[in-house]
Design a protein around this ligand. Structure first.
Ligand SMILES: Cc1cc2nc3c(=O)[nH]c(=O)nc-3n(C[C@H](O)[C@H](O)[C@H](O)COP(=O)(O)OP(=O)(O)OC[C@H]3O[C@@H](n4cnc5c(N)ncnc54)[C@H](O)[C@@H]3O)c2cc1C
Length: 463
């Protein structure tokens, strides 16, 4: 009997020992692999988060690994000693899939870190900025994610509708700038309130979503789209979401004015202070009564409105080169789905990571010239430098340093070569320009909106 018991307890002990041994061995291996990835991320400068990123409360984390499974990006979160930790945090795009997936709410979404601050505008609880009549909604105000932006767009326009004592007249009640999730929902809400409004978008409908480099979207929590109803999507595609938005807008007779970039906003108060107009004056044939805003676009138009909603997100506006032919359809400032582009003669312009990544990925199926005005790539990730060198050695990318794109036409582009002062015309089908851009902060400053640098600002928990 005693021997039997010894055998049973001994077997159980041995089994437990083996299970624990395998578990600890696996944990050790995972930890070692993650620590190596963290070291690499530090060397490559992608360890420190740039903007919105998860912060894990280790006291609450139960090691479920749900955050890692949910994140569609690669190695943003890893496991060290059984606990979740950040790895390539700078590459986090802030869609918050980890935040939604965590079963014990151990994750908060935070903007900026103790070392790296992020500029956020001042916004009241009614979504109004320091300038009376100028409102802010969506990611620009510091609250990312599609659902939050949709909800804020609606809430901001509800507040605007309440604030408008006098509607209609010769000016617009509201000009909405940006047609991402916040701007779309704001437009639908403005329609619901019967406002006389206009929505201006520098690019095309959909905002950041339309420009996702991949088609998969994670939108876990259901959201109410004004005048449309509940959208319940999980693991959807961007085309499905864009189709819903298009459907909602067209059913309500709303058309967004695309390819129209707002370059400036001035209030009648500012203009009076600068003595450029007098009260009750005429601007482009419009009789103005009371304080209004003049919204200027890149097309030379001016719109007069009682209120403005900034729903411009945080990704800024791409910088243009200002060369002839830049308005042609074959010119783009973002690369989407390079796998669908093949057999083309492509010129990529720029000397940063985006330009190199675009050149290298396009070179898989196209003939690529990379044109950069500098004589060397100063601040690019080592990984990109290596990839570019390999592509050049394989004859896939033709690098032209100290060159400036000066003209674009249907079949050719012209490069001015600094070395010999001459010009080189090259056959061309597509041009991609990565020349940096204007940050939303610069735009806000121009408008006069107060901004504060926030170090590690936590978004409200919003599931
Ligand atoms: C790769 C990637 C994947 C993501 N995945 C998800 C996800 O799965 N789920 C999720 O919830 N969130 C995701 N996000 C985050 C989400 O896309 C953003 O939080 C959301 O789009 C913010 O909405 P918004 O309307 O505030 O701004 P945006 O979507 O950025 O829209 C702002 C719009 O304003 C326009 N604009 C800017 N300046 C001007 C100007 N001067 N004049 C006229 N128009 C202007 C821009 O062109 C843009 O269309 C992801 C983000 C990225 C980058």
């Amino acid at each position: 009997m005693l021997i039997e018991q010894i055998i049973i307890y001994g077997s159980i002990f041995l089994l437990c020992f083996v299970v624990i041994w395998f578990y600890l061995r696996k944990q050790k291996k995972t930890t070692q692999a993650t620590v190596a990835k963290i070291e690499k991320a530090k060397q490559e400068g992608v360890f420190e988060p740039v903007s919105l990123h998860p912060v894990i409360d280790l006291g609450t984390c139960i090691k479920s690994g749900a955050c890692m499974d949910a994140c569609p990006e690669k190695d943003i979160i890893g496991i060290v000693n059984g606990r979740a930790t950040l790895v390539n945090a700078a590459e986090c795009v802030g869609h918050g899939a980890c935040f939604h997936a965590c079963p014990v709410e151990a994750i908060s979404l935070v903007i900026g870190t103790e070392k790296r601050g992020v500029d956020l505008p001042h916004v009241s609880t009614e979504y109004e900025s320091n300038i009376q009549g100028v409102y802010i909604a969506g990611e620009l105000g510091g609250m990312g994610l599609i659902k939050n932006s949709i909800e804020q767009g609606e809430a901001a326009v509800n507040a605007i509708a309440k604030s408008l004592t006098k509607r209609g007249g010769t000016s617009y009640d509201l000009v909405i700038i940006g047609a991402g999730p916040a701007g779309i929902s704001a437009s639908l809400t403005a329609k619901k309130h019967g406002l006389n409004f206009l929505t201006l978008e520098q690019d095309s409908l959909g905002g950041t979503v339309a420009n996702f480099p991949r088609s998969k979207i994670v939108m876990t929590a259901p959201v109410d789209l004004p005048l449309y109803g509940k959208i319940k999507l999980f693991d959807t595609s961007k085309s499905e979401l864009l189709a819903i938005w298009n459907d909602a807008l067209s059913k309500n007779g709303i058309s967004i004015r695309e390819n129209t970039k707002v370059e400036g906003i001035r209030s009648s108060q500012q203009m009076r202070a600068a003595q450029t107009i007098q009260e009750n004056t005429r601007v482009q044939g419009i009789q103005i009564d009371g304080d209004v805003f003049y919204v200027h676009t890149n097309r030379g138009e001016e719109f007069v409105t009682k209120t403005v909603l900034l729903a411009i997100g945080r990704r800024g506006s791409p910088r243009k080169l200002g060369v002839p032919g830049e308005g042609m359809e074959k010119v783009a400032y973002r690369l989407l789905e390079p796998e669908n582009i093949s057999g083309k003669r492509v010129v990529v312009v720029g000397g940063g990571d985006s330009a190199i990544e675009a050149a290298v990925s396009l070179a898989q199926q196209n003939s690529v010239i990379l044109s950069y005005r500098g004589d060397a790539f100063a601040r690019v990730k080592p990984k990109n430098r290596e990839r570019l060198e390999t592509a050049m050695q394989d004859g896939k990318v033709d690098l032209k340093l100290k060159s400036n794109l000066v003209n674009i036409d249907n079949e050719l582009v012209e490069l001015a070569m600094e070395e010999n002062g001459g010009k080189q015309a090259v056959g061309n089908d597509l041009v991609y320009i990565f020349a940096g851009g204007e940050l939303p902060t610069q735009f806000l400053e121009k408008v006069g909106i107060q901004i504060t640098k926030r170090f590690g600002y936590t978004m409200k928990k919003h599931r």
